[in-house]
Ligand binder design. Sequence first.
Ligand code: 13P
Ligand code: SF4
Length: 303
Amino acid sequence: MDNYEKIDRLKKEKDAVILAHYYVDGAVQEAADFVGDSYALAKKAAAVSQQNILFAGVSFMGESAKLLNPDKHVYMVDRCAGCKMADMADADGVRRIKEQYPDAAVVCYVNSTAAVKAVSDVCVTSSNAVRVVRRLKEEQIYFVPDAHLAQFVAREVSEKEFIFHNGYCPVHKELAKEELLHAKEEHPHALVLAHPECREEILSAADFVGSTADIIRFAGENAAEEFLIATETGVFHQLKKENPGKRFYPVAAGQVCPDMKLVTLEKMLAVLEHLEEQEEIVLDDKLMEQAKKPLERMLVLAE
Ligand code: 13P
Ligand code: SF4
């Protein structure tokens, strides 16, 4: 029996569902019941029927699953897999800004801790941020933690006033215009598809900006045959799988999230084998009650 067959058997035996993000290794994505961007994963987590959710992703994704479906047991393939950007904001800092700007809506990127969500008005993901912010009645928006996504949303929703936090994703921030220009010289016919966590100098040179799922959808629907991809290289698995005749190139060599790469097939199998002994995600009751509200509001406003 190979690892996939063992995982499949254990999933059924233990009433578990595996949810994976597009940034984990292709081999891990292949073992999942559902692969998606952060928004699709949150919606899926809220609706699964199995008693146990095993998350192949980083900690904020598992926390969101727990918040949206509190009766389920949520486990991570690797509990050490976190998000560097999520760690760049804390609840006290958000409270201070709220005092300074009492009329502002606190819009919190889903890449954030449960404590930050608990003091926010609404959550967003990269695929729904523009839509959700447009639908808010407040004219002033405090967007935490990602400054680059916030600036992208601010350009799209220019009628509102934005207060920015100084968080960023180290993987996307690394990408520089010179690297993109060089990559374009090497692949002159390629369209550039970028994630909104990239800096403005990348986004302004892109042919399309969107979440991981949006990028995969765009590449499938567009007639072009070559694409330069400005996001984490985990997405190449689905891009190539869904478009075997098309070619995909990274903009630069460093588009790898070390935390996402902590998630491996071998660890997934080991966690499933000993699921009962694993530490599940546990959040304080009061924190759960407060932190789930902005996530649930996102699900309503994003539709
Ligand atoms: P998506 O919401 O596009 O899947 O992005 C999640 C993420 O962590 C980006 O770095
Ligand atoms: Fe966080 Fe960046 Fe990794 Fe996404 S790619 S999980 S934003 S550190």
